[in-house]
Design a binder for this molecule. Structure first.
Ligand SMILES: C[S@@+](CC[C@H](N)C(=O)[O-])C[C@H]1O[C@@H](n2cnc3c(N)ncnc32)[C@H](O)[C@@H]1O
Length: 289
């Protein structure tokens, strides 16, 4: 039997590939992973109508602790649906490994990912460095481990794609103290929050950010906010971190790019997305690609 990891793409239910749809329709069990992304404008019912069969929605707990009973079944063909691409910017390699260890054949059906959609900004995918994740800051917890990675990318002239935190099924500790099991409403980090957290991180970690070596300090870099990529309401806005921290880019999901060295062609496209009245000045003498 086979575990099919099927990418759903970034748009709506129609973004599944023909190959993916045919596989889903012949599978015995269809599981939708619902914690690393949200599918743009589609809901479970629409998917069920399209596939003609019921879907089991799996949260992080199901995938991480109950996969053996629910997903990794030796006697069934299972379609594990992932928004975007099943192996891009997600932790599903672990599921792939566990299936292989149980002797289950795994097949991947790729689809569009935020990692490719980032190119809609005009920035060449060839010029990106390590991708980072930015977690929500809490009152007493402000992790900044993404900062050295951004700085490393910048030193090499590379752009950084920042994926922004998603919190679903977050335990409500106040309710827990009263003996109740309740969850907080889902939270999706916006470009504005990410930009603000990056500014805060710089203040926390880079006290010398007034020196002249701007190349290694992302505070002066051009940044690009991406919202709902692949969907009809997709938005791309470029500006400084301070400018993006003031802009509401609407409903989730959002990502942020910190630009490294920008080449002539990239500049021409980025200018199209620059927020009106931006203080950002493009370099006048761009190097060759
Ligand atoms: C763990 S990654 C999952 C990526 C997904 N498997 C893919 O291949 O695109 C989730 C993060 O990607 C980003 N993201 C996913 N879809 C997006 C979209 N349509 N527009 C903007 N950002 C998106 C968000 O930052 C989100 O928190």
């Amino acid at each position: 039997m086979v575990l099919y990891m099927v990418g759903l793409g970034l748009g709506d239910e129609n973004d599944i590939t023909v190959k993916g749809l045919k596989i889903v329709q012949q599978c015995d069990l269809v599981v939708l992973e619902a914690y690393t992304s949200v599918l743009g404008i589609v809901d479970k019912e629409k998917l069920e109508a399209l596939y003609g069969k019921p879907i089991v929605v799996a949260d992080r707990d199901t995938v991480e602790t109950q996969a053996d009973e629910i997903i990794l079944q030796n006697d069934k063909n299972v379609a594990f649906l992932v928004v975007g691409d099943p192996l891009c910017a997600t932790t599903h390699t672990d599921l792939w490994l566990r299936a292989r260890q149980k002797g289950i054949q795994v097949e991947i059906v790729h689809n569009a990912s935020i990692m490719g959609a980032a190119a809609s900004s005009g920035l060449s995918l060839y010029n990106f460095g390590q991708t980072v994740s930015i977690p929500f800051f809490e009152d007493n917890w402000k992790p900044t481990s993404f900062v050295p990675k951004i700085e490393y990318n910048l030193q090499g002239g590379m752009h950084t794609l920042c994926l922004l935190d998603i919190k679903v099924k977050e335990p409500d500790f106040k309710a827990m103290m009263k003996g109740k099991t309740e969850y907080l409403p889902p939270r999706f980090m916006s470009v504005a929050t990410a930009a603000q957290q990056l500014i805060t991180s710089q203040q926390l970690l880079l006290p010398d950010n007034n020196n002249n070596n701007n190349k290694t300090h992302y505070g002066t870099a051009l940044c690009v906010g991406l919202a709902r990529m692949g969907q009809p309401t997709q938005q791309i806005i470029a500006g400084t971190l301070e400018e993006l921290a003031q802009i509401d880019m609407g409903t989730p999901l959002h990502s942020l790019i910190i630009c490294g060295d920008v080449h002539d062609l990239e500049v021409e496209v980025l200018k199209e997305f620059l927020v009106e009245g931006s203080k950002y000045q493009f370099p006048t003498n761009n190097s060759e690609q």
